[in-house]
Design a protein around this ligand. Structure first.
Ligand code: NAG
Ligand code: NAG
Ligand code: NAG
Ligand code: NAG
Ligand code: NAG
Ligand code: NAG
Length: 345
């Protein structure tokens, strides 16, 4: 029997989720554009996305709009960790790894920091020069995240439409991403959003959406940009990735595994070396929970011997300091379901 006090707290919690639900008719993009820039124009929405993505990429920098400057954002280019596993995404961006899909049968190395690197980004720009890979990547991210965050003016009124690749799986297929790298990326999106004053609830719903769309393995084709129709979007391919509900791996084919090292100086120990691959991939598998080479289909796990209470996860249950979006999502989804079925009708 819950005590009076517990019941009261539960009701309060549900009521606040109900309020959040009601006012969430407006998209996260529109809501915070208005909060930060007052006028909810396409140009201001694009400005919000520029500040947000720039902060995700290089970490917190000096701009006058960080509503909560005390939130420290390392950014995706800084080494970090997720759930106790070390992550270093920089080599995917500076040409250290053959991880970019340029349409061929293998990944190639591309330096995405060729437009001046952090300096123009700190000046709230994508890059110094329009023709750079950096400019293309960042402007695509502004427009794509604009769709993800529900910007009402996306594609009009000073907000350029997304014109990048349709399938995020195709874009990321030579990166061999695992749940820790994707978890780290999403945690940086969450921290960056928090630094602009986005509420914990809204951060959780964004993280939930990103995890559901990209952080799973083998999700069915999904339309994220409605104009582009259903596409394969899962970018997580490693054993550490949760399987998507109703997932089907057949359309995804076999994973290319960890990317090859293009420049050992820049790779910083990430990726695998072309030759002596067994040794290189074994060590990588140990570190990242094993994405290497094509996956054997359907061996392992499954069909246990009953009895139960799992065998434990063995790895990295230490660091509780890392933002755990999953937990918040579950709490929020639970409350929202209660909200819909019992309290908010
Ligand atoms: C809420 O959204 C729906 C559908 O987008 C719209 O028809 C409705 O007018 C909105 N309500 C308010 C109060 O903005
Ligand atoms: C931060 O930006 C403001 C406004 O652009 C500027 O006045 C200030 O000097 C900057 N501070 C630093 C440390 O760069
Ligand atoms: C990496 O890709 C480049 C092209 O970007 C290619 O020249 C090089 O041989 C590749 N490296 C390996 C180890 O396959
Ligand atoms: C990270 O930790 C949370 C909470 O323990 C767990 O739900 C989640 O599955 C973990 N993610 C990874 C990739 O280990
Ligand atoms: C690897 O990258 C470093 C740092 O950018 C550079 O100095 C070096 O020339 C590169 N090596 C090769 C083989 O391209
Ligand atoms: C790849 O080889 C270089 C030396 O050529 C070495 O420094 C680096 O640690 C190796 N990387 C991996 C992941 O084994």
């Amino acid at each position: 029997m819950p005590s009076m006090h517990q019941t009261a707290s539960l009701l309060l919690a549900i009521a606040s989720v109900c309020l959040a639900q009601r006012s969430s008719n407006i998209s996260i993009c529109d809501k915070y554009t208005t909060a930060l820039f007052h006028q909810n124009t396409g140009a201001n929405q694009y400005k919000l996305l520029t500040y947000l993505v720039n902060t995700v990429v290089i970490g917190g920098y000096n701009n006058s709009h960080a509503a909560a400057p005390t939130v420290k954002v390392p950014g995706i280019l800084a080494p970090g960790e997720f759930n106790g596993t070390k992550v270093n995404l920089l080599p995917y961006f500076d040409g250290g790894l053959n991880s970019t899909n340029r349409g061929g049968g293998a990944g190639v190395a591309v330096n995405f920091l060729d437009g001046g690197g952090a300096k123009p980004v700190m000046a709230n720009k994508p890059a110094n020069s329009d023709g750079s890979a950096q400019s293309k990547l960042l402007t695509h991210l502004y427009s794509y995240f604009g769709i993800l965050l529900g910007c009402s003016q996306s594609g009009k009124d000073g907000f350029p439409a997304y014109d990048g690749e349709k399938s995020q799986y195709d874009v990321h297929k030579y990166m061999g991403l695992d749940a820790y790298r994707i978890g780290y990326f999403i945690s940086q999106v969450g921290l960056a959003a928090s630094s602009f004053g986005v509420s914990t609830e809204d951060v959780a719903s964004v993280a939930d959406a990103l995890n559901g769309a990209f952080g799973v393995k083998c999700a069915p084709a999904t339309a994220i940009d409605p104009g582009q129709g259903p596409q394969l979007q899962s970018i997580c391919v490693a054993d550490s990735c949760p399987q998507a509900p109703m997932g089907d791996c057949a359309p995804y084919g076999t994973s290319a595994g960890e990317p090859l090292v293009a420049n050992a100086t820049l790779a910083l120990g990430e990726g695998r070396n072309g030759t002596a691959s067994s040794e290189a991939s074994a060590s990588t598998a140990g570190k990242n929970g094993g994405v290497t080479g094509p996956k054997p289909t359907g061996t392992g796990t499954g069909t246990g011997t009953g009895t139960g209470t799992g065998t434990g996860k063995s790895k990295s249950s230490s660091s509780a300091t890392v933002l755990d979006a999953n937990m918040w999502s579950r709490v929020l989804v639970g409350a929202a379901i209660l909200c819909i079925f019992s309290w908010c009708s």
